[in-house]
Design a protein around this ligand. Structure first.
Ligand code: BGC
Length: 751
């Protein structure tokens, strides 16, 4: 659904002989041909519609607030469009989101689904195959439950460690995030349903997300957040793109001509439809003319902009009927190409192989959990360990999940669920645990050990229990949710003091971190082993136990930098949070006049530009707590016989040897920069390979050409400056132990 094919041709024309290696992209000519056929079919359907029928397809209901607005059955979920049986267009039912079929605040009583680990955990696998498998699985459940549009595919880059939605996204690097999102989307759509990619673009913080103005320079934008979307679209071919709530460089994302008309539709040749985020529309003609094709969840907007006002705009000539036809045709093109029209979803829920699906969730967690530290090899747990105490994090009953529209009510029930009493997430989020107890899983794995639990509410008692045991495993939690950022990246509720007290009492202490993203670890020097478990999903307890006991060898790598202090990232705290907190307090004190204390639009300046995450650290000369790409294993790997070739792109070939005595997976990474360019290094390729002890595999990494390039707005397009490039074969973003230089040809690539 892109004009990738055309860009390849243009690229070759610009560059003479440039061969763009794009191993992961779908077959571009075939995709382009399918999109063309779908569009022709869509156009012929549109030609048979009345204006009223067209308009009806352009604004969707929000089922929880749409009682009485349709004669069809409204399934409580994110969105609904009535069928148009005359033309073979089925009812469209939309559900969130990337971690499974969501059922926030149990709006569909008793309806459970399989919960994947957080998307950040999936990103940490560095394995597009796992991302795809997860997408296939959740898409199959969506189809079986009668949904034909899945609002999966969040790919906003992590610019700030405190963003409340980091767990729904795929980290800080555009190549990694775009590749993984694309694979996930392709997996969802393999079920002949739609997946979206979202939130287009720069919805990088939750504080003030409905009003903030994200500001960034165009070239930097193209090289960072937009590149993540571009790759995700090329690889995943999503039928739909969801525009974001925020403004971008002065205009609302959902009425932003630059984003939708110029970048997405003109430069990338996108043929599908742009749907708004729920409550993200602010105008009729402006939005329609800027490229918004459909208003979602209309009840959440201040008025229904794409209903009567859109019809009136056509009648007055403010919006041409040709544009209306294009909007509808894009919607239908997406549906047709995804397979929705030809493969109707079942009318009644179908059986789902939940056991098989739980295994998919578990494999993703096992591959994405990261062993950050393992001093003295205290992990894996010795099978001889006698007395182990587990502390905190409700490890006796389950594992934590992130909150918001992505919330899956998981199979097996919810052992802990705490409603919120305040804040922007109150109406649709609850603090929720999945029924997957690390304690039960460890007891099953180590039947001879004596495993007990203390809840950690009393640090002195926890320290005593730790001292009385042979080993302590402390479960730290940080709950994050859509609609709120965390106000700082320290562990909440005194957990740092608890961990310090336990580590002081028991030298063999392991910390298992169930967090939305990075947290500070002031106790790191006292704690010999740390396992970053993210939100590990419905089988998280089993996955954690398998990694702790060595039944599974850790292989996750950080998709995001862990700061050593709160002031290392570009912004120490959410922009606007102080103002928001003070307004909320004033509104609470003056309930009769609460409306007067609304947050107004404010700028968020992304001063780091394209130097997001690890690139920022390198540029500023900062040493993080744990680097992007870092992750340990119970075995060891060596890289040998590396050779690098330049020319039209950079290719790095080498042997990876498992030099230890266990099977394990490794993630070799290639970082590049122009030797004299003064820019931080960028991840240009990666691979994930599993090796038996002693096994050697020859690996070739080929740089994505746009990572070699800078975006040049005067071209416009990508410009590979050429000349000498420095290449690192690395274990993480800071590893320079094997560096090379190589010459690259200058070239240009279409936007
Ligand atoms: C979120 C989207 C979600 C939509 C529908 C919005 O609040 O930002 O990610 O898909 O709601 O639930």
């Amino acid at each position: 659904m892109t004009k990738r094919f055309r860009s390849l041709i243009l690229a070759s024309v610009f560059a003479g002989t440039l061969q763009v290696p794009f191993a992961v992209a779908q077959d571009a000519p075939a995709v382009a041909a399918a999109a063309q056929d779908a569009r022709a079919r869509a156009d012929s359907l549109v030609a048979q519609m009345t204006l009223d029928e067209k308009i009806k397809l352009l604004h969707g209901l929000f089922p929880p607030m749409a009682d009485g607005k349709t004669e069809e059955t409204l399934v409580p979920s994110a969105g609904h469009f009535d069928a148009l049986p005359r033309l073979g267009i089925p009812t469209i039912r939309e559900t969130d989101a990337s971690l499974g079929v969501a059922n926030q605040v149990e709006q569909r009583k008793g309806d459970t689904a399989t919960a994947l680990p957080s998307s950040l955990a999936t990103a940490a696998t560095f394995d597009p195959g796992i991302a795809r498998e997860g997408g296939e699985m959740i898409g199959a459940e969506a189809r079986a439950k009668g949904f034909n549009v899945m609002l999966a595919g969040g790919v906003n880059l992590t610019r700030d460690p405190w963003n409340g939605r980091n767990f729904e996204y795929l980290g800080e690097d555009p190549l990694l995030a775009g590749t993984m999102a694309g694979a996930h989307i392709a997996g969802v759509q393999s079920n002949k349903i739609v997946s979206t990619v979202k939130h287009f673009a720069l919805n990088a913080q939750e504080t003030g997300r409905m009003v903030l103005d994200a500001r960034i320079d165009e070239a930097a934008f193209r090289e960072s957040d937009l590149l993540a979307f571009q790759l995700a679209i090329e690889i995943g071919n999503p039928a739909s793109v969801m525009c974001a709530y925020n403004k971008v460089n002065g205009d609302w994302a959902c009425e932003n001509d630059f984003l939708m008309n110029q970048v997405l539709k003109r430069d990338w040749g996108y043929q599908g439809w742009v749907m708004s985020d729920w409550g993200g529309v602010h105008s009729t003609a402006k939005a329609a003319l800027a490229g918004l094709d459909q208003e979602s969840g209309q009840e959440l907007d201040s008025q229904i902009f794409f209903g009567e006002p859109l019809k009136a705009a056509v009648e007055s000539g403010a919006v041409s009927e040709a544009r209306i036809d294009d909007m509808v045709a894009r919607f239908l093109t997406g549906l047709i190409e995804a397979g929705v029209l030809d493969n109707p979803v079942p009318e009644h829920p179908q059986p789902i192989p939940y056991d098989v699906h739980a295994d998919v969730a578990q494999r993703a967690a096992e591959a994405g959990i990261v062993l950050l530290k393992n001093q003295g090899d205290i992990l894996p747990l010795a099978t001889t360990a006698q007395k182990i105490v587990l502390i905190g994090g409700h490890a006796d009953v389950g594992v934590l999940s992130g909150g918001g529209s992505s919330q899956v009510r998981s199979v097996g029930g919810v052992p802990i669920e705490v409603p919120l009493t305040e804040g922007a997430a109150m109406s649709f989020a609850r603090l929720t645990y999945h029924n997957s107890s690390p304690m039960r899983a460890l007891q099953a794995a180590l039947p001879n050990a004596q495993i007990s639990f203390v809840d950690g509410s009393d640090p002195a008692a926890a320290a005593q229990a730790a001292a009385d045991a042979d080993m302590a495993i402390i479960f730290a939690t940080q709950w994050t949710t859509e609609a709120q950022d965390v106000d700082d990246i320290r562990l909440p509720d005194g957990q740092d003091a608890l961990i310090a007290a336990v580590a002081a009492a028991q030298p063999k202490t392991v910390a298992v971190m169930e967090t939305g993203g990075p947290v500070l670890m002031p106790w790191i020097d006292q704690v010999p082993a740390v396992l970053q478990a993210w939100y590990p999903g419905q089988r998280g307890g089993e996955a954690i136990a398998n990694l702790l006991t060595g039944r599974v060898n850790p292989s996750g790598r950080l998709p995001i930098t862990f700061p050593a202090s709160a002031d290392q990232p570009p912004r120490p705290a959410p922009v606007g949070l102080e103002t928001l907190t003070s307004l909320e307090a004033q509104a609470a004190a003056n309930p009769a006049n609460a409306g007067a204390y609304q947050l107004r639009t404010f700028p968020v300046d992304y001063v780091e530009g394209a130097d997001v995450g690890y690139r920022w650290y390198e540029k500023q000369g900062l040493t993080p707590l744990f680097a992007f790409g870092h992750g340990l294993s119970y075995t060891s790997f060596a890289y040998r016989n590396a050779t690098v070739t330049g020319g039209d792109t950079i290719t790095l070939s080498f042997d990876v040897v498992n030099t230890g005595d266990r099977a394990g997976a490794d993630v070799p990474q290639m970082y590049i920069t122009r030797t004299d360019g003064g820019d931080p290094m960028r991840l240009a390729a990666f691979d994930r390979i599993t090796l038996l002890p002693g096994e050697t595999r020859h690996v070739t990494l080929t740089a994505e050409p746009r990572i070699l390039a800078d975006y040049d707005t005067s071209l416009p397009g990508w410009r590979i400056a050429g000349g000498s490039y420095t290449v690192a074969l690395a274990r993480d973003a800071t590893d320079r132990s094997q560096s090379f230089t190589v010459d690259v040809n200058p070239a240009t690539i279409a936007p």
